[in-house]
Design a protein around this ligand. Structure first.
Ligand code: COA
Length: 363
């Protein structure tokens, strides 16, 4: 029994803001940032980001990504395939879902209700349980493993929708040029299905292995201090700056390079040991890293001797979309014809918590 990704989808806000736009203060009248394209590109590889408007929350982006994935899952091609319309195809497929998991650190509401419940209602997935996962930018990696686990222990359950959705620009401190230029908004979604294919041995398919980890001693390195029960708003309090992420960039950078390096090495070594045939990066079609900073990926690649072309990077267009970055990349690769049946791919993420992890998948 394998857990396979059978469909993908993505959504980013229409408003595209380049580094130059930020420096000129052209994306929002009040905010001109003391930065420039050269600095941002040379330090991060970021060229632009997509920024949600005031009325757009995480569930809106998640909903659109989910719809795209559901349409692909049912194979609706605009001409029929059983469903009368795109909406009908979405509604039909939604009813086949057993779980909806959304990884996010920017939910529509603080804690309750979950963003997953909002999406569950909007797509009409009446048979699905729904919950959010908070694991920072590693959230999608956690979500995929959670879905696979839930499907494997529930005999009658077959399909899950796993979404990464974040609107980090709403929790960025636009007065802190060291963090605000890094973030963008978006969502990526996958439909995963329990299939009759083997998950080990010859012809193995789907999610083969996952590493999940955390280092809570690094909570201070990436933190949104206000609004939770540790630091709730007080009656009459005057708020001069909205809740926002604070980051120790250097500490996160060092953690990230180590996390990426070790997760790739461990996934390859552990899968090689269990299957009896050593695996190297040469066996991988792609490494799909969390897109936080191209320099993190380059540094990890250099340590492991892995050429840059092995890593799929789209950070130049989207910046860091947190839990959405890996599923957005998967959807772009999938629709762009970069993924072929049988390809071995490795995802690797890291983020607030601190958390890290990766999945090894036969596409
Ligand atoms: N534009 C122009 N200059 C900037 C700038 C910006 N947007 N942000 C910072 N600078 C300046 C600083 O003020 C500093 O100037 P100074 O030397 O005159 O004081 C200089 O650039 C160097 O700043 P520093 O913070 O030391 O840069 P860095 O090389 O460490 O790079 C990050 C900063 C944020 C790019 C890097 O630390 C990083 O990527 N960390 C990981 C962040 C991350 O991935 N977070 C999300 C994890 S999921």
């Amino acid at each position: 029994m394998a857990t396979e990704i059978i469909a993908t989808g993505k959504a980013v806000p229409a408003r595209r803001v380049t580094n130059d736009d930020l420096a000129r203060g052209e994306w929002i009248a009040a905010t001109k940032i003391d930065t420039n394209d050269e600095w941002i590109r040379s330090h991060t590889g970021i060229g632009a980001r997509h920024i949600a408007d005031e009325d757009t929350a995480a569930s809106d982006l998640a909903l659109e990504a989910a719809k795209q994935a559901l349409v692909m899952a049912v194979g609706w091609d605009g001409t029929g395939n059983g469903a009368a319309s795109r909406e009908a195809a979405i509604a039909e497929t939604a009813l086949t879902l057993d779980f909806i998991i959304i990884a996010t650190v920017t939910p529509d509401f603080l804690g309750c209700p979950s963003t997953a419940c909002i999406v569950q209602d909007k797509i009409g997935a009446k048979n699905a349980a729904a919950m959010d996962i908070t694991a920072g930018c590693t959230g999608f990696v956690y979500g995929l493993e959670t879905a696979a686990g839930l499907l494997s222990i529930n005999k009658g359950r077959k399909r899950a929708l796993v979404i990464g959705a974040d609107v980090l620009t709403k929790v960025a401190n636009w007065n802190d040029r060291g963090t605000c230029v890094l973030f963008g908004d978006g969502s990526g979604a996958v439909v995963v299905e329990k299939t009759g294919n083997p998950s080990e041995g010859p012809g193995k398919r789907g999610l083969l292995r996952t590493i999940l980890g955390a280092d809570g001693s690094g909570t201070e390195y990436l933190i949104n201090r206000r609004g939770g029960t540790r630091n709730p708003w007080k009656t009459g309090e005057i708020v001069d700056i909205p809740p926002h992420l604070e980051m120790d960039g250097r500490a996160v950078y060092n953690f990230a390079v180590k996390a990426v390096t070790e997760t790739i090495s461990r996934l390859l070594a552990e899968e090689g040991a269990s299957s009896g045939a050593a695996l190297t990066f040469n066996d991988l079609a792609w490494i799909v890293p969390h897109q936080a900073n191209a320099r993190i990926v380059q540094a990890a690649g250099k340590r492991l001797g892995i050429p840059e072309e092995k890593f799929f990077l789209n950070i130049e267009e989207y910046a860091n979309t947190s839990a959405a970055s890996i599923p957005i990349a998967l959807d772009e690769m999938n629709r762009g014809g970069k993924l072929h049946k049988g390809d071995l791919i490795l995802t690797v993420g890291f983020g607030g918590g601190l958390t890290y992890g990766g999945n090894l998948i036969v596409w």
